[in-house]
Design a protein around this ligand. Structure first.
Ligand SMILES: [Zn+2]
Length: 454
């Protein structure tokens, strides 16, 4: 496996890696771990050497030698259950995008670390690892063991990453009750009125379907018959026109709306309060910044978008078959692919023939226990002006896999970002970057969490 780090940057030694997550993030970004194909071995090997040199226990577990997982263990005092931190090192492609600084240079410019993965989520890995290295260097073991799972392949299904660990090595996580991973980009701008700190307590469940519509073809100079594939397509698209199924308020979103309503001024406070009782209130949504309204619509319903539509051979021929790929995202609570098919069949008046392409793990509702309170307390102490907010991410992360082991999972990557800066919106986009100070803030939060954990 060739090390794809640029020449001259291969040495493990860093300027004070135990104290500063910024050069560590830069180093991690310089490994091109674009997935596909991933090729995460060099990047994971770098983290392993760094952890091992600091005296942390490491174990490599690989389903594919080019794409290993790494477990780093910081032994605790045995007074609390082990805590799991998990971070993926693969990134989405940067090809074809216009970048101000090349995506794999890891440049530090204008107070920011630039590059693919700086936010999603090599910066997060750097924050977690820095905290573990600091506790190790200080000789202050945490209450319980801290396990850091460094995994490949999160951006493309996790089969050789967290999926492999959970399926083949569940014993690694024996006794773990809580886990912390990425926040999946969950964010609210709130017009810059406050600085929210997302604590992700719930994720949506991916349900990807391919629906095949079949019906009578013929000359398209005449109106297509009601049973034709094109008329069925029209009905299907009309059925999903609002972007999903009936609006509904789930417990995670209800608590988010309630807490935001309590700290915000008008008109935002009133809008959030109204959405708690009427999640379909478009007037309330209109009072919010566009991106916030779009986010809220997505967490207030099982959403569904038509993403690939195929069929037809000529402008004047009615196709006999049309396939429609639907990206459905179910709210927590057990609703899944079968529910989407049933609901859309009822709405279109047709028994839809659908193939399930992907159905993610069913996600349970949120857990607001003592550990959640710890995450909030760390944020409040670190940023008294910020507002910790429980949130749901519309995406899914490796939390869905660790959750299947009965572990309560939280998306928590504390970043001190300027209010209304929209940084989390840079995930998967060109010019992904993170303020260096935001990384230092996050590393300090993780250090506090590990030190003070009950
Ligand atoms: Zn990610």
């Amino acid at each position: 496996m060739p090390d794809r780090t640029p020449p001259g940057r291969t040495a493990v030694a860093l300027e004070d890696p135990a104290l500063d997550p910024v050069p560590l993030t830069q180093r991690l970004v310089r490994y091109d771990t674009t997935n596909p194909p991933g090729d995460e071995a060099a990047c994971v090997g770098f983290v392993e050497r760094l952890a091992a040199e600091a005296g942390l226990e490491t174990r490599v577990i690989a389903a594919d030698p080019r794409r290993p997982n790494l477990i780093v263990r910081l032994p605790g005092r045995g007074e609390a259950p082990p805590l799991l931190l998990h971070a993926h090192v693969d990134v989405v492609p940067a090809e074809g995008q216009r970048w101000t600084h090349p995506p794999f240079d890891g440049a530090l410019r204008d107070g920011h670390v630039w590059g693919r993965g700086s936010l999603d989520m090599k910066g997060g890995l750097a924050m977690m690892l820095t905290a573990m290295l600091r506790l190790r260097a200080a000789g202050t073991p945490p209450a319980g063991d801290v396990l850091l799972a460094v995994v490949p392949d999160e951006e493309a299904g996790s089969a050789v990453g967290a999926g492999h660990l959970v399926r083949e090595h569940p014993g690694l996580f024996a006794g773990v009750r809580n886990a912390v991973g990425e926040d999946g980009g969950a964010d609210l701008d709130l017009g810059g009125a406050v600085r929210p700190h997302p604590v992700v307590v719930a994720e949506k469940r991916a349900c990807w379907l391919r629906v095949t519509l079949r019906g009578q073809g013929g000359h398209s100079s005449r109106t297509a018959p009601p049973g034709s594939a094109v008329r069925q397509l029209t009905r299907l698209l009309r059925a999903i026109e609002p972007g999903g199924l009936e609006p509904v308020v789930t417990p995670a979103v209800d608590r988010m709306l309630r807490e935001l309503s309590a700290v915000l001024g008008e008109p935002l406070a009133g809008a959030f309060a109204r959405l708690r009782t009427d999640p379909g209130d478009e007037e309330a949504l209109a009072a919010l910044p566009d991106a916030d309204a779009q986010y809220l619509r997505s967490v207030l319903r099982h959403s569904v978008n038509a993403t690939v539509i195929e069929g037809g051979t000529a402008p004047n021929v009615l196709p006999e078959e049309i396939t429609v790929t639907l990206d459905g995202r179910a709210l927590p609570g057990g609703f899944g692919a079968a529910g989407f098919v049933e609901e859309l069949s009822a709405r279109t008046g047709t028994e839809l023939s659908a193939e399930v392409l992907v159905e993610g793990e069913a996600m349970p509702g949120p857990e607001f226990g003592a550990f959640y309170d710890d995450l909030v307390a760390v944020l409040r102490a670190a940023d008294p002006d910020g507002v910790p907010v429980p949130m749901m991410t519309t995406a899914s992360t490796d939390a869905r896999l660790f959750r299947s082991l009965g572990i309560a999972c939280y998306g928590w990557l504390p970043l001190l970002l300027p209010a209304g800066g929209g940084y989390r919106g840079l995930l998967h986009r060109p010019d992904e970057r993170v303020p260096a100070e935001a990384l230092r803030f996050g590393a300090a939060c993780f250090t506090d969490l590990l030190r003070g954990r009950r």
